[in-house]
Design a protein around this ligand. Structure first.
Ligand code: NAD
Ligand code: DAU
Length: 339
């Protein structure tokens, strides 16, 4: 099969490219990526040496570029990872989130209709459900939980999900959606909690925890997410949504403390800073549907995944140091100056 992976130079997309190349030797993988600040061509170095892989630089919201690619490659499956993904950036500047996450998805959906693509898979997020209270550990997001977004990021992802489902119902397009919890692992851009905290701890710099650090996220190792997307896009029922998560809830403070312990750094590095506006309290996924229908279960316990991830950031200091010494430094100074 020919599989177009959009956003394949980003964190999860690049891990997914390797997942496909390793698990499906019969498939060709074509990555379409605009190469925004969040992309890393270095992450695709090994893939570029594989003759089953092709990289194309392009914008998912550019109708002509998408049309050219689809006409050339005649994809069987299109899996859409491409997005603006950082909540804090969406609070600072929502426009690009609407353009890429909503209009880009619509452009891909139209191209899929035109070219008779056999499956369009939308990689979505648990953030479309909003948040859960901290004092109700019995509550989880199911696929029936109403959409109730908090940030411009999550609103744009919910908009994309609704468009994809509308194309399924109105045009009969074979669409599927996964809504996953927080990922961690190699090649995550160091603006997100875990790589930010690892890189700052390694440099003995203060670690900015929003509010009191009580917010809860449900962490999943990136390879487990890749396995879930692969299963749903091949075997999931068209028109359906599948939640993906591994019942691994932790407060932000406990994640930060785990990182400090693993790196043998002092707790005095923790700095409590002004909270994120509209900060979602707790995410927690009920993965019963994907487990029952497709037999998916997470394979990597958090203790193992976080150790592997920390080791990766220690061993690949050059990768994130180059990022931190470039444009990202100006972003960090702007975002955290008044916190
Ligand atoms: P990322 O920010 O690391 O990478 C996004 C990639 O998309 C980058 O390579 C970027 O260049 C590319 N891109 C951005 N705009 C584009 C455009 N207009 N056209 C083409 N390419 C474009 O993102 P990530 O964390 O790997 O997330 C990937 C997907 O998974 C996103 O759709 C996100 O909403 C979803 N998701 C992420 C998480 C998480 O914890 N990171 C959890 C659940 C769902
Ligand atoms: O749940 C899935 C979502 O997870 C994805 O859809 C998003 O693309 C991804 O960015 C992530 O969103 P979060 O907002 O949960 O991730 P982030 O790493 O930005 O923050 C995780 C938690 O840590 C959150 O409660 C905010 C907090 N935080 C974050 C940063 C960057 C801090 O306390 N300090 C920080 O400096």
């Amino acid at each position: 099969m020919n599989i177009v992976v959009t956003g394949g130079a980003g964190f999860i997309g690049s891990n997914f490219v390797y997942y496909l190349l390793a698990h499906h030797p019969e498939d060709r993988v074509i990555c379409l990526d605009k190469l925004t600040y969040a992309a890393s061509m270095e992450a695709l170095d090994d893939a570029m040496r594989d003759e089953r892989f092709r990289f194309v630089r392009g914008d998912i919201a550019d109708t002509d570029a998408v049309e050219r690619l689809f006409a050339e490659e005649k994809p069987d499956i299109v899996v859409n990872f491409a997005a603006e993904t950082h909540v804090d950036r969406s609070i600072d500047d929502p426009g690009v989130f609407v353009r890429t996450n909503i209009m880009g998805t619509q452009t891909l959906l139209d191209a899929c209709r035109k070219h008779g693509v056999r499956r369009f898979h939308q990689v979505s997020t648990d953030e479309v459900y909003g948040d859960l209270p901290l004092d109700r550990p019995d509550l989880f997001f199911t696929e029936e939980t109403p959409l109730h977004t908090s940030s411009p990021y999550s609103a744009s992802k919910a908009g994309a999900d609704l468009l994809a489902l509308a194309y399924a119902r109105t045009f009969g397009l074979p669409v599927s959606i996964t809504r996953c919890s927080n990922n961690y692992g190699p090649y995550q851009f160091p603006e997100k909690l875990i790589p930010l905290m690892i890189s700052r701890a390694l440099a003995d710099e203060s670690m900015p925890v929003y509010g009191k650090g009580e917010n809860v996220r449900d962490w999943l190792y990136v390879e487990d997410h890749c396995a879930a997307v692969d299963a749903v896009m091949r075997m999931g029922r068209p028109g359906e949504v599948y939640n993906v998560g591994g019942h691994n809830e932790r407060t932000n403070l406990s994640v930060v403390r785990t990182i400090l312990q693993e790196l043998r750094k002092p707790e005095s590095l923790i700095a409590f800073v002004t909270d994120r506006p509209g900060h979602d309290r707790r995410y927690a996924i009920d993965p019963a549907k994907i487990s029952a229908e497709l037999g998916w279960l997470p394979a990597t316990p958090f203790e193992e995944g976080i150790r592997r991830t920390i080791r990766w950031y220690v061993d690949n200091r050059g990768w994130w140091s180059r990022i931190l010494s470039g444009d990202y430094r100006a972003y960090y100074e702007k975002m955290y100056a008044h916190r």
